[in-house]
Design a protein around this ligand. Structure first.
Ligand code: 3HC
Length: 330
């Protein structure tokens, strides 16, 4: 509960006594697991944190379409092509749900997307890595969507109603994303040539650590976590979610007959969890600063898509206006 978080020395959190009556009533609602809805009073900081997190989540879904879009025309079979197209379309829909949830907080979609294009808003670091071959499609589905599922299943219990309900819909589709990715790798490991098996291991070697970075910095390095946990925006910490992901993924890795690029990865009988090596945080923050392998390419592609799609948006708005005029004239 909130009071315990304050006791644990969470420095920046107000005590219940320091809160205004509205803040105290709001916190009591959050503590009682009552969903906060758009029309409810909320602290400005709560609203701002949600706009930040949900907009960046939406950006991640939309930019996340690019690494896989790269392989639609080169899928090895029609079935794989259809699965990949379905997955990419799902990600676009996830972005739309999330931009809509963000707009319930009074944020403007075009403004938030412009912040992304100007490098003033983030999207998940993982999408700044290249997808070099078909095994990467499997590793992205299995590891990236697998990590996203761990995060998003817990986010279904976030305190903000529209975000929580968007997560319920998104999680239903994510499970298919992860399974189709794992199936790609399983097929390659079972029926592939030695070269194809080596491709699978290489894809895991390249995407393993960037997938762990998706959960964010360590809890004690996270400027947002304490307050987000107190407001139950976040229900589990970055490190807790990362550990959950590793614990569930290592047995799947072993079933594939592959290894992780981490010599320190080892099951700890005492804790019941996997111990693992230290993430290269220099790499993490370099990518966040825009210096990842594909940052510029991803943003330029998004800007081009927005420019080239302007006529579609203009036509849709013109049509909607005409329809409204017709309805008013009728
Ligand atoms: N990539 C980019 N930025 C990251 C990051 C990552 N992997 N991890 C952390 N950050 C950023 C945070 O946004 C924050 O910067 P900001 O204050 O400017 O926004 C800073 O690093 C410090 O991190 P914190 O842990 O303090 O920030 P949060 O409390 O916001 O936690 C988070 C970060 C865990 C990513 C949280 O925002 C979250 O759970 N977001 C919702 C889930 C999400 O966005 N997932 C991204 C992937 S979506 C996806 O994969 C789609 C799937 O269909 C493929």
């Amino acid at each position: 509960m909130y009071a315990q978080l304050v006791e644990t020395g969470a420095k920046r959190l107000k005590t219940m006594e320091e809160m205004s009556p509205e803040e105290r009533e709001f916190q009591e609602k959050v503590d009682a697991e009552t969903k906060i809805e758009p029309k409810n009073w909320m602290p400005e900081g709560y609203r701002k944190t949600l706009v930040r997190q949900i907009s960046q989540h939406a950006h991640s879904e939309v930019v996340g379409m690019l690494p896989e879009g790269n392989w639609v025309t080169r899928a090895p079979t029609l079935k794989r092509k259809l699965q990949l197209m379905a997955k990419i379309q799902d990600e676009a829909g996830h972005g739309l749900y999330l931009y809509s949830a963000m707009e319930t907080l009074g944020a403007d979609r075009d403004e938030e997307i412009e912040k992304l294009h100007q490098g003033k808003a983030k999207y998940s670091s993982i999408f700044n890595y290249p997808t070099l071959n078909w095994a990467d499609m499997g590793a992205v589905g299995w590891l990236v969507d697998g990590a996203a599922i761990v995060n998003q299943v817990v986010l279904q219990r976030t305190s903000y109603g529209p975000y929580s309900r968007a997560m319920v819909r998104i999680c239903k589709e994510e499970s298919f994303h992860q399974r189709q990715g794992y199936q790609i790798l399983l097929d390659m490991m079972r029926e592939g040539t030695e070269e194809q098996k080596a491709m699978v291991q290489d894809a895991i070697n390249r995407l393993w650590w960037p997938s762990l970075m998706m959960f964010g910095p360590h809890d004690d390095e996270s400027p947002n976590s304490q307050q987000s946990m107190a407001w139950k925006i976040k229900r589990k910490s970055n490190d807790e979610l990362r550990q959950m992901f590793i614990d569930q993924t290592v047995p799947q890795l072993e079933f594939l007959g592959c290894t992780a690029p981490d010599p320190d990865l080892k099951f700890n009988e005492e804790t019941g969890h996997y111990d693992f090596g230290e993430i290269d945080w220099q790499e993490f923050y370099d990518v966040l600063k825009g210096n990842g392998p594909c940052n510029r390419e991803r943003i330029n592609t998004r800007k081009k898509a927005i420019d080239e799609g302007a006529w579609v948006r203009e036509a849709a708005v013109a049509y909607a206006k005409k329809q409204k005029q017709r309805a008013q004239a009728a």
